[in-house]
Design a protein around this ligand. Structure first.
Ligand code: MRU
Length: 358
């Protein structure tokens, strides 16, 4: 079984897997247009916090490549337009803004270079963001797997695997590694209403890898915990505030409350690019609201009365007190809080440790 690659730079274009079509069809699209990347992020054809950042970085490269032949005086304007377009796609995953900031730094350093050279530098940075994420996933899975008891049955929510990152995934990377080492018995996958990232994407990824998994509705998790059938909950993050509060797919918070009630460890796995030290607590994290049609319809069929009022936040915030540990590429932060997370601020970034040049 070939390993799924959700995004790749190929011959001056971006090839991406349209995740809205999974699991029915594996549709790859190729584009040289940053507006298509922006649209793909908005519609969740490209999704998952780290992957959104990677895609936005490539989007900047596409935008600048397209204007290679326009006058130098408009280069900065084109950069700002592309930056704005990509930065206004989704508000919660901080990886998007982190990756765009890195692209801006390279732009500022090389803005007086000839355009061809500037584009080469931007592409190099986008590829570094992509590659570093793959490496961060490896480290996260190594650190996180050790937290799971032998023969563990774990519960996960949403999709945090290869479809969501530049590598093997965060929470799902830990799960996959535990299975490779023979330390995992089963994974319960919450379906993840309303867009079904658990049912459509995680179940698909784990089946491709041959990892034993059982799909449940979003409300079955607490019942399984009550029955003693879950050893740990492992999820990802879209943004981690400076105090350790975690924004992740809506439904995460309820699982954390249930896990806390039953004394089951609740682990969050994310690269350091998901930590936002500027946001002091979770209540300040902007939470994306999706179109209500995403919950009033299923596969195009209306399931609520006409004019029913609906509310569709895409994420919720889990307070740090409910989280046993946050696993990043630097190691395990246990328990997470403002003081323990602060130590990561001075940790060398991945690029410094592997010596990626600018
Ligand atoms: O709306 P999505 O599908 O982009 O939400 C994704 C999640 O909530 C993931 O848990 C998170 O981005 C981490 S992915 C490694």
């Amino acid at each position: 079984m070939t390993i799924v690659v959700p995004i790749a730079w190929k011959d001056g274009a971006v090839e991406y897997l349209d995740q809205t079509k999974l699991p029915a069809a594996e549709v790859y699209r190729t584009t040289r247009d940053e507006s298509e990347i922006a649209e793909a992020i908005k519609t969740l054809a490209i999704r998952g916090a780290p992957l959104i950042g990677i895609a936005a970085a490539y989007g900047i490269v596409l935008a600048m490549n397209r204007i290679r032949h326009v006058g130098r005086e408009t280069v900065a304007m084109h950069f700002e337009q592309a930056h704005h377009l990509l930065a206004t796609t989704r508000p919660t995953a901080v990886n998007l803004f982190w990756a765009l900031d890195r692209m801006r730094q390279v732009f500022e350093q090389h803005r007086s270079d000839e355009i061809k050279r500037l584009c080469e530098r931007l592409l190099k940075e986008a590829m570094a963001i992509h590659q570093e994420d793959a490496e961060m996933c490896e480290r996260i899975s190594e650190h996180g797997e050790k937290l799971l008891p032998a023969g563990a049955t774990v519960l996960t929510h949403c999709n945090t695997g290869r479809l969501a990152t530049g590598g093997r995934g965060t929470a799902l990377g830990i799960i996959e590694r535990a299975w490779e080492l023979g330390a995992l018995k089963n994974v319960y996958i919450a379906e993840t209403r309303p867009l079904l990232q658990g049912a459509r994407l995680t179940a698909w990824e784990l089946a491709r890898r041959g990892v034993p998994a059982t799909l449940i509705t979003d409300h079955t998790g607490a019942f399984l915990m009550q029955q003693g059938r879950i050893n740990a909950v492992v999820v990802g993050a879209d943004r981690i505030a400076a105090n350790g509060d975690v924004a992740n797919k809506v439904g995460t918070y309820s699982l954390a409350i249930a896990a806390h009630h039953h004394g089951i460890p609740f682990f969050v796995a994310a690269p350091s690019s998901s930590i936002d030290f500027e946001t002091v607590r979770g209540s300040l994290i902007p939470i994306e609201e999706r179109r209500v049609e995403e919950i009033t319809t299923i596969a195009g069929t209306t399931i609520a009365p006409e004019h029913a009022t609906a509310y569709a936040p895409a994420f919720d915030v889990t307070p740090y007190q409910l989280i046993a540990a946050i696993v990043t590429e630097h190691g395990v932060v246990q328990p997470p809080n403002a003081a323990s997370l602060r130590s990561l601020r001075s940790a060398p970034s991945h690029r410094e440790r592997v010596g990626v040049g600018t």
